[in-house]
Design a protein around this ligand. Structure first.
Ligand SMILES: [Zn+2]
Ligand SMILES: [Zn+2]
Length: 147
C-alpha cells in the first residue's frame, strides 16, 4: 500500500505538484484509520492535533480537496451539513447505509452495483467513472426497537 503511494507521489511530483510534509502526513493518517471510519474535516483536525500533527483547519481543507481531486481519498456526502472523508480504493469500492436517527454508518459491497455504474456511465453516456457512491438512508435495527 505504502509503496503504491510513493509511486503515486512520484508521479504527482513529476507533474509539478508539491507534496508537502503535511499532505504526506495526512495521507499516512488515513492509511492508519480503521476501515469504516468516516471523519469530517473537524473530526480529522481534532485527531491530527491529538497526534501532534500541526495543521490549520484552512490548510487541512485545502489538502483534503487536493487529495480528493487526485483520487487518494474519497469525499462522502451523507446529507449532513459537512462532508466525510475516507481512503479511496476503487478496486474494493464499498457503499453505505446511514441511520437518520443515530448516525450509524454500515458499509456494504455489492458487485452488481458496479455493473450498473458501468452501464449507465460508460455504455449510455460515454462517461469515465472516477468514483460512484450508493447510499441508503433509513432507520437502523436498534433505533427501530427504541421507537
Ligand atoms: Zn465507507
Ligand atoms: Zn440508528
Amino acid at each position: 500500500m505504502l509503496t503504491n503511494n510513493s509511486a503515486k507521489f512520484d508521479k504527482l511530483r513529476e507533474e509539478g505538484y508539491r507534496i508537502t510534509p503535511q499532505r504526506k502526513q495526512l495521507l499516512e493518517f488515513f492509511y492508519e484509520l480503521p476501515e469504516g471510519e468516516h471523519l469530517s474535516a473537524e473530526e480529522l483536525h481534532n485527531k491530527l492535533t491529538e497526534k501532534e500533527i500541526k495543521i490549520s483547519l484552512a490548510t487541512l481543507y485545502r489538502s483534503l480537496k487536493f487529495l480528493v481531486k487526485k483520487g487518494f481519498i474519497r469525499e462522502l456526502d451523507f446529507g449532513e451539513d459537512h462532508k466525510h472523508y475516507e481512503l479511496s480504493s476503487p478496486k474494493k469500492q464499498h457503499h453505505h447505509l446511514l441511520c437518520n436517527t443515530c448516525g450509524l454508518t454500515i458499509e456494504f459491497k455489492d458487485k452488481n452495483l458496479y455493473g450498473y455504474a458501468v452501464k449507465i456511465a460508460k455504455e449510455q453516456n460515454n462517461f469515465e467513472i472516477k468514483d460512484y457512491q450508493f447510499k441508503i438512508f433509513g432507520i437502523c435495527k436498534n433505533c427501530q426497537k427504541e421507537s
